[in-house]
Design a protein around this ligand. Structure first.
Ligand code: C5P
Length: 268
């Protein structure tokens, strides 16, 4: 057969697979992202952890949370490492010190939401997040994918946060946006706080704070919480984690495009 009539070789994409999961606090993003990354043998990138680690470092140094310049400078040199664990979770190390739990307290959560408003801080964090992803991909991504998953043919990352599909990885192949009702999100957050601090405020109080944080996240001028173009929206209010991940995976083999609308989900 003449060469020009031979069937075109099937090209396998060598571009890293990037999946983004955005949404408000308590929508179930981190649990879903962790499990999805573990199942697919990809890196899990918790972008919220970078804002939290910066907030933690700033509080430790007693930096005024209104001092944008100092915060941005600290952000540009933040000595953070994300170490993947077998469970799919990550350990957060700051200057070699384990801060995985301390960055989840209410105080740090509130401080992170404040400094995440500053464009210069966001710029530093976005650069850092891309660097963390690139370093992990260069190192071969997360080792030991789950047993039920075929060997990985390409490296990739599951990034989770507020602006991962719109700003950090605007060219991501798959973009998801998770939502849930405020009361469910507050209940989930209460459980998380109990685990971290041993106690937690009432659901009503947490819900009030969540609404405040949502407003800050949605209305800031740089990197606001939005549904990125082309994303798939999933309401997780009445879904267990396994169901959430199972639904996300339905979109992955062929990928979403503008004609692809799931039964209960919508393309935004
Ligand atoms: O997701 P998590 O609750 O850990 O994020 C902590 C804070 O960091 C959020 O309240 C939000 O203000 C900020 N954040 C952000 N952009 C991201 C991830 C988190 O502004 N991509």
């Amino acid at each position: 057969m003449p060469a020009d009539m031979a069937p075109a070789p099937r090209h396998r994409s060598t571009r890293p697979l990037v999946i983004t999961i955005d949404g408000p606090a308590g929508a179930g993003k981190s649990t879903a992202a962790k499990l999805l990354a573990k199942q697919l043998g990809l890196m899990y990138l918790d972008t919220g952890a970078t804002y939290r680690a910066l907030a933690y470092a700033a509080l430790r140094r007693r930096i005024d949370l209104a001092d944008r310049r100092r915060l941005a400078r600290l952000g540009r040199a933040l000595p953070i490492r994300l170490k993947p664990l077998e469970s799919g979770a990550v350990r957060v190390l700051l200057n070699g010190e384990e801060v995985t739990r301390p960055i989840r307290t209410e105080r740090v959560t509130e401080a992170a939401a404040i400094l995440a408003q500053y464009p210069s801080v966001r710029q530093a964090m976005v650069r850092l997040q891309r660097r963390l992803a690139a370093a992990s991909l260069a190192a071969g991504g997360t080792p030991s994918p789950a047993r039920d998953v075929p060997a990985r043919s390409q490296a990739g990352v599951v990034a989770e946060g507020r602006d991962t599909g719109s700003v950090v990885f605007p060219h991501a192949r798959y973009k998801f946006f998770l939502t849930a009702s405020t009361s469910i999100r507050a209940t989930r957050r209460q459980e998380e706080l109990r685990g971290v601090e041993g106690r937690a405020p009432s659901v009503a109080r947490i819900a009030r704070k969540l609404r405040q944080r949502d407003r800050l996240d949605r209305t800031r001028r740089t990197g606001p919480l939005i549904k990125p173009a082309g994303c798939i929206v999933l309401d997780t209010s009445h879904l267990g984690i396994e169901d959430v991940v199972e639904r996300l995976r339905r979109y992955l083999p062929h990928g979403p495009n503008s004609d692809c609308v799931g039964p209960e989900n919508s393309i935004c």
